[in-house]
Design a protein around this ligand. Sequence first.
Ligand code: GUN
Length: 300
Amino acid sequence: MTPNKAKLIDGKHFSNQLIRSLIPDIKTILKIIGRPPTLAVILVGEDGASQVYVRNKVKQTEAAGMVSVEHRLSDQTDEETLLSLVETLNNDDDIDGILVQLPLPKHINEHSVIQAINPDKDVDGFHVINAGKLATGQKGLVPCTPLGCLLLLRDTLGDLSGLHAVIIGRSNIVGKPLGQLLLAENASVTIVHSKTKNIEKLTSQADILIAAVGRSEMVKSSWIKPGACVIDVGINRITAPEKGDGKYRLVGDVDFAEASTIAHFITPVPGGVGPMTIACLLRSTVVAAAMRKGVEISIK
Ligand code: GUN
């Protein structure tokens, strides 16, 4: 095999820079409204991966000088109780952002819960009002993972105008909003998914290839145009017997070893898009606080 040549896109470094850049705005908000931006995080149930994500979100929010209020509910919690907690947080003037960690237990309707969040506090950007604003080019809160991908792409490639972006995956959390964000940058966007015929033919035309499907190492070198920029959104746990019994390691949706011989730029897993998602959540919490309280900040 030819030696690696792709340049790594260092999401960890970029996310640290992004969080540092929020500090002046956090201080401005503290000075003007008498408290820092405040995020409420709701976790229902004991899902291991969700617990890790929530712990990281809370830790990093506080490290940046903001406040986070954690609500942990049992997996037996009924929908009415959860909706009532969301309503309490909606009405609490000291809460700027509300995040309900997904997935929720099966007996709770995710859509109903997300739509119950005040759109001005919807730091995930999942509410239909925010999805509609994004689709029609109005200012609103934008989903964190797609925003993280966009910031990495802008930093790596500069102007995205006229580039062909192919997104693998059509989820409401990543694929669809990322398509909207890239269209707003004047990229040409193709979204492919499980029913697309001859996916490889389309992906291999991409200047920017984004994989967001949740299938370990699905994207092989033959799917990638030489010189492309590859963004791997997947975070998949696979067993790693070499590390010992019951151990696992994280891999993306892209076969990194193969892809890095052909792409020009590539995000690693871990350390690529993952840290950007959390940094963008902090950014959205600052934006939500500033918008609600009418505070002028530097983030556009
Ligand atoms: N679960 C996986 N990703 C996300 C996310 O971006 N937001 C929330 N709320 N839950 C998730």
